[in-house]
Ligand binder design. Structure first.
Ligand SMILES: [Fe+2]
Length: 533
């Protein structure tokens, strides 16, 4: 959720560290699959000297994919946004679906204002020896034109109906992953500049992978202010007014988040992916985990989740359809392990609906909130929640282990509370040991009353830099010897890797430091147990 404190201007504090995914020590690598320790050690040695760590031959689709040559040029170089900061009219676009399976068609719509020739390059993001992406397809050149900005409709909905630029038939050999389409204008003379932005889509599959990685794309869209401050947070009635809607049929602007969190020009058109999902994806693929990717919109029934051993909610996963809640609840009952590597998750109730031309799940409408917050907390937060707030879903704490508390955002250290627990094995962490700045920009607290629930870490975040709020990381057992872990911070992924294109966030006068061997080891411990190694 947004708070008044999140609206302040960002300082240029997003200092970048190592531009590559940070390697782990050999004993901390998962290798996963069916490898041997000697293989892990060999892989670790290769990493230590900086060579491709996946070259020790992969066995699952992710290992095989990452053995292919990556691209050293997939980031945006020249980005320009309009004065208001919400869009990139020189070149911007969107896709016809959030996710697409091999064999299915995906339309890409692009606008260039003024009209300009342009090209589209498609990349799959991953590890690829630390390069972070692989070139998959080049399209164009195309003759671009300015496409119309839709007027706001009912519920303040702005839905583009742009002419399509290209249709991609997803090839059968494109692995599941998060794909970026880089749009680049092609000026006719050397003395004219070029401009760039991204489109983004997910390739999904239906195989029985170990890990299901759910991108938080409904939340990316909820915070997308394209074209003129049109996110779910900019209704004149208040930041959390009910009955406002946003469409996926529009570009992601420069500021998918409020200034101060994800305000990196490198991200234009890609939602919040480069800030929150990418470091986790890079870590998983570097480590060789058998991972498959999906959109929030793919998880409306339990079968999507139960095909995998472990389900991960990533980063900032605030906007959920109640059907997602029921599917996740059923998956936990069925024995799936769940990792909530996120904060402020399952907070706003936002059912999917069709686009005006009948394409499914292209609109989300905020109708209320899940049931965790108390009436007292709502009363204190009335300025952002508005008076017409309404509980419109079940208690999110029952599937997470904790929930959003008020104030919902802030920054602080992640502090060990139960050092004997298996999640801390190999980290060397004792009670009170802290990982600086890892908690933010939103969190979970107020642990649920669930049998066997343990608080493994807890501490304070400071909202607005000064107002203390308690947060708690938890773990509780499922009915089939499975478990549900809640890291209680949007920033958990910042502790895992630092791929090219990634910029550390900054919020509430606090910031994470980037990759930390303790965060990586805890994540390995959780994944290994979930996968059964
Ligand atoms: Fe949020």
């Amino acid at each position: 959720m947004a708070s008044p404190g999140s609206r302040r201007s960002r300082r240029d504090a997003g200092t970048r560290g190592d531009s590559r995914c940070a390697p782990d020590e050999p004993e901390k690598r998962a290798g996963l699959g069916r490898g041997t320790w000697s293989k892990f050690l060999a892989v670790g040695f290769v990493i230590a000297i900086g060579a491709d760590p996946i070259s020790a031959k992969g066995e699952n689709p992710i290992q095989l994919e990452n053995a292919k040559a990556g691209s050293g040029d997939w980031q945006l170089t020249r980005v320009r946004v309009d004065k208001a900061g919400y869009r990139s009219p020189w070149i911007e676009g969107y896709c016809s679906r959030q996710s697409v399976a091999p064999g299915e068609a995906l339309d890409i719509m692009v606008s260039t204002d003024p009209p300009a020739r342009f090209r589209v390059e498609i990349f799959r993001t991953g590890f690829y020896g630390g390069l972070g992406a692989r070139r998959m397809m080049d399209l164009g050149p195309f003759e671009g034109k300015a496409q119309p900005i839709p007027a706001p409709g009912d519920l303040r909905l702005r839905e583009c109906r742009w002419e399509k630029t290209a249709t991609i038939q997803i090839p059968p050999d494109w692995p599941s992953g998060v794909y970026l389409g880089r749009l680049t204008t092609m000026p006719g003379a050397d003395d004219q500049p070029y401009w760039q932005s991204y489109v983004i889509f997910i390739v999904r599959d239906s195989r029985r992978a170990d890990v299901l990685f759910q991108c938080s794309d409904s939340t990316w869209q909820a915070y997308n202010r394209w074209p003129a401050d049109d996110s779910l947070y900019t209704d004149p009635r208040g930041a959390h007014a009910r009955g406002v809607a946003v469409s996926f049929d529009r570009p992601y602007g420069r500021m998918p988040q409020y200034t101060g969190i994800v305000n990196d020009p490198l991200s234009v058109g890609s939602g919040e992916f480069l800030c929150f999902e990418q470091p986790l994806s890079c870590f998983l693929e570097e480590s060789g985990y058998d991972v498959t990717y999906c959109s929030n919109s793919d998880c409306l029934d339990a079968a999507q989740i139960t095909r995998c051993k472990v389900f991960i909610s990533v980063g900032h996963d605030e906007y959920w359809d109640v059907r997602q809640y029921r599917a996740t609840q059923a998956a936990i009952e069925a024995g799936v392990d769940v990792l909530w590597l996120c904060g402020n998750s399952v907070f706003a109730v936002s059912p999917f609906s069709d686009s005006a031309d009948g394409r499914a799940k292209r609109v989300i409408t905020r109708v209320g909130h899940f049931a965790g917050l108390t009436d007292e907390e709502y009363a204190k937060a009335e300025r952002t929640m508005t008076k017409d707030w309404k509980r419109a879903g079940p208690d999110e704490g029952l599937i997470i282990g904790a929930r959003t508390v008020m104030p919902a955002n802030g920054g602080g250290d992640w502090i060990c509370a139960k050092p004997g627990h298996w999640i801390f094995e190999g980290t060397g962490m004792g009670r009170g040991d802290a990982i600086p700045g890892l908690v933010g920009w939103e969190h979970h607290g107020a642990p649920a009353s669930l049998p066997g629930l343990e608080v493994v870490a807890e501490g304070t975040v400071w909202s607005g830099g000064v107002n203390p709020v308690r947060w708690t990381a938890t773990i509780f057992p499922g009915p089939r010897d499975n478990f549900v872990f809640n890291a209680a911070t949007v920033f958990w992924c910042q502790g895992l890797s630092m791929p090219p294109g990634h910029t550390l966030p900054w919020s509430h006068w606090s910031r994470p430091h980037g990759p930390d061997p303790r965060v990586r080891r805890m994540t390995h411990n959780l994944l290994r147990r979930a996968i059964g190694e």
